[in-house]
Design a binder for this molecule. Structure first.
Ligand code: COA
Length: 694
């Protein structure tokens, strides 16, 4: 039996229904049933003239209960409750705080009146889960606030604040504090004035400017590449504008039901759960309190250090920026100012906010200025000796409680941890370039890192707006280690006869925002060649001999910055295939004695992606990632793996591990066993008839 989550009490002429279903008052069965009972109580009690729906805890109803999606639906479904609210002969008032989302907002839309705390926010985030509102959000919201505003919320999941909601007519009143008392007073006033009912469903259909919806379709095709729900949102808004209310509501519900079963929604819901699961760290029980972080330092004001400093400044932390000399420091400060200023120019922040953030930045050359710092992120040159030297100085200057987090992307974190007196305070915080933009944060656990340090870097990561995932010791950690396998296969495919444009087309067609060669041209061939040189000793003979990057760099083809790399670039910066590259590749193949053959798109996709999946399985085998879902979170947030495919492991799992294993064996024979031998994890799961998530 359900536990009771809705309690009712009458205060004079007003019934108050309080929903209390932690953590976010999701619309579980008991909440739906409790609210239907509340409407019935209102209707059957002659003393009760109005109903206020309010929530306990941190938020108003945050939507459908995602945990119930894969179970049989228990009546009353949300639509039944919404219908009861809509038809109710006495006024119902939604009193909202926190975030009124999804089904929570749909409930509010079916009420006669809506009031909220100033701090409340409102949204229809279903689209982010590959879904759309199915209980009246689409047929009611445009009637209330107009098509343009409504479509932005429905198709993009945009949240609006209370001030905006009041302006657009979504809210009737905003209160500074004591929502319950304010809502009660509001209800009493409505009752005193005659208890008028207002039904959103009675409002006229708003007009839609000709061409508006088509323009949105085109915009969303670009902005939400590969995602179905935003396009269907436009279709439904169009349908709503020409269809009688009840019929439109039924069609809205039918579409939502179809979407719940769609592969895209399953993938996006998997990611929602995986992102939250990734915050639960092995060996860190829930009762472990993170350390308090008041002041942060960033050591090394280079490109990464600047971006990292901005992440913390944006989140309101004072930041001490430690440089090695005047020039290095002033360049760093100038770089930070420039990035903030460009945020102002693009309308992302006000000038005052940028000035305020700059005032929280303390540049210094003196380690003695780190005496009050709680967390330092080290982002100096990727060189073990340099980093060890900085670590030793930090160790001497920092208070005992301070955490030292290195941003290294491939050095051994154990070697750094053992160079300080408090290795339990050492961890990794691996940001991705540009650090102030990219969402992924690979937090790295070293052998002796204390549990409360792991908890701290996780919670701080969230506070600065990142998606933190804990990884373990492993060369290149998870994201870059997997990327290096994709890059290897892309290079080998060039040797085997594919062209850069063919490979880029296949991978961007799959859903990546950019193909590997266009990306390399952006990064610069000099950078790619240097990275290759650093890793050369650990490479196989074929990888060592596959020196196309070096040849391009030697030819001065450094990428976009020189107008030529794998592609040619004109003024429009659009990559154009270049016959000179074909010649360079042909000469390379001849020199290596490699025959050129026709490469199919399927082979490109499979070799590039299965190489990554296989590597990820090895990473899990080694314990450097805790779960397949962590890999999915890393790749969707780090390197643009299309979210509607749920991440590499989710994608491979859907294909079926026996099929993946068979393909790995095929490419073992074709490319070499050392590259495609199936990981133990894949072998054993296939033998047991299980998938990655079983
Ligand atoms: N159904 C069931 N559980 C939900 C939920 C929902 N709609 N929304 C959140 N939760 C759970 C989370 O899984 C998490 O559980 P955990 O502590 O066991 O990991 C917990 O509530 C807290 O959520 P979290 O996202 O960590 O908290 P937050 O304060 O950062 O954000 C919300 C709160 C409500 C803004 C955010 O959870 C959210 O956007 N939820 C989805 C809302 C939605 O999409 N609704 C429409 C569904 S169709």
């Amino acid at each position: 039996m359900d536990i009771q989550t809705v309690t009712l009490e009458r205060q004079g002429a007003v019934l108050v229904a309080t929903v209390d279903n932690p953590p976010v008052n999701a619309l579980s069965h008991s909440v739906r049933a409790g609210l239907v009972d509340a409407v019935e109580a209102l209707e059957s009690d002659p003393q009760a003239k109005a109903l206020v729906i309010v929530c306990a805890g941190r938020t108003f109803i945050a939507g459908a209960d995602i945990r119930e999606f894969n179970k049989p639906l228990k009546e009353p479904r949300l639509g039944v409750l919404i219908e009861r609210l809509d038809r109710c002969e006495k006024p119902v008032i939604a009193a909202m705080h926190g975030t009124a989302l999804g089904g929570g907002l749909e409930i509010a839309l079916a009420c006669s009146y809506r009031v909220a705390l100033e701090s409340a926010r409102f949204g229809l985030p279903e689209v982010k889960l590959g879904l759309l509102p199915g209980s009246g959000g689409i047929v009611r919201l445009p009637r209330l606030i107009g098509v343009e505003e409504a479509l932005a919320m429905i198709s993009q999941g945009n949240q609006v604040d209370a001030e905006h909601a009041l302006e657009t007519g979504l809210l009737d009143e905003v209160m500074a504090d004591d929502l319950r008392a304010g809502a009660l007073a509001f209800a009493e006033r409505i009752v005193a004035e005659g208890g008028a009912i207002r039904r959103t469903s009675d409002l006229p259909v708003p007009t839609i400017e000709p061409g508006f919806l088509d323009a949105k379709r085109a915009e969303f095709a670009k902005k939400f590449k590969g995602l179905d729900a935003p396009q269907i949102a436009v279709d439904l808004v169009e349908m709503m504008s020409t269809t009688p209310f009840q019929e439109a509501a039924a069609r809205e519900y039918a579409t939502c039901k179809e979407l719940i079963a769609s592969p895209q929604s399953q993938a996006l819901r998997h990611l929602f759960a995986a992102e939250r699961a990734a915050l639960k760290i092995d060996g860190v029980p829930a009762e472990v309190e993170p350390r308090e972080i008041r002041t942060v330092a960033v050591a090394g004001p280079g490109v990464m250090g600047r971006g990292i400093a901005i992440c913390f400044l944006n989140a309101g932390y004072p930041v001490v920026l430690l440089g090695k000399d005047e020039e290095n420091l002033s360049k760093g400060v100038g770089g930070i100012r420039k990035i903030l200023e460009s945020g102002v120019k693009r309308g992302r922040m006000t000038q005052e906010a940028a000035d305020e953030q700059m005032s929280h930045l303390t540049p210094t050359l003196d380690y003695a200025d780190l005496g009050a710092v709680d967390l330092v992120v080290e982002a100096v040159t990727e060189d073990l000796a340099t980093k060890k030297d900085v670590f030793a100085r930090l160790d001497a200057a920092l208070p005992d409680r301070a955490i030292i987090a290195t941003n290294t992307s491939f050095l051994d974190i154990e070697a750094l941890a053992s160079s300080v007196t408090r290795p339990e305070n050492v961890a990794g915080m691996h940001f991705f370039n540009p650090a102030n933009v990219m969402k992924l944060l690979e937090n790295v656990r070293a052998g002796r890192t204390a549990p409360d340090v792991l908890a701290t870097i996780t919670s701080v990561g969230k506070k600065i707006g990142k998606v933190p995932v804990m990884v373990g010791r492993s060369e290149g950690f998870v994201a870059n280690r997997m990327l290096s396998k994709r890059s290897r296969e892309a290079q080998f495919l060039l040797e085997d006869g594919a062209t850069p444009q063919q490979i880029d087309k296949v991978l961007s067609g799959f859903g990546f925002p950019i193909g590997p060669f266009a990306l390399a041209d952006l990064a610069g061939m000099d950078v790619m060649a240097a990275a290759r040189k650093a890793r050369l000793a650990g490479m196989t003979p074929r990888e060592q001999a596959c020196d196309i990057v070096d040849k391009l760099a030697a030819a001065g083809r450094l990428g976009q910055k020189t107008g030529a790399g794998y592609y040619l670039y004109g003024d429009d910066r659009k990559p154009q295939p270049d016959p000179a590259v074909d010649e360079l590749l042909a000469a390379h193949r001849a020199e290596r004695g490699l025959p050129q053959r026709e490469i199919t798109d399927e082979e490109i996709l499979e070799r590039c992606l299965y190489a990554m999946v296989n590597e990820a399985a090895k990473i899990i085998d080694e314990g450097a990632a805790a779960r397949p879902g962590d890999i999915d979170v890393i790749w969707t947030n780090g390197f643009g793996w299309p979210t509607h495919l749920g991440g590499p492991m989710f994608w491979a799992n859907r294909i079926g591990l026996p099929n993946v294993k068979a393909a790995l064996e095929k490419y073992s024979a074709l490319v070499g066993e050392e590259y495609f031998r199936p990981a133990n994890l894949i072998e054993s799961l296939v033998a047991e008839g299980r998938g990655f998530y079983d």
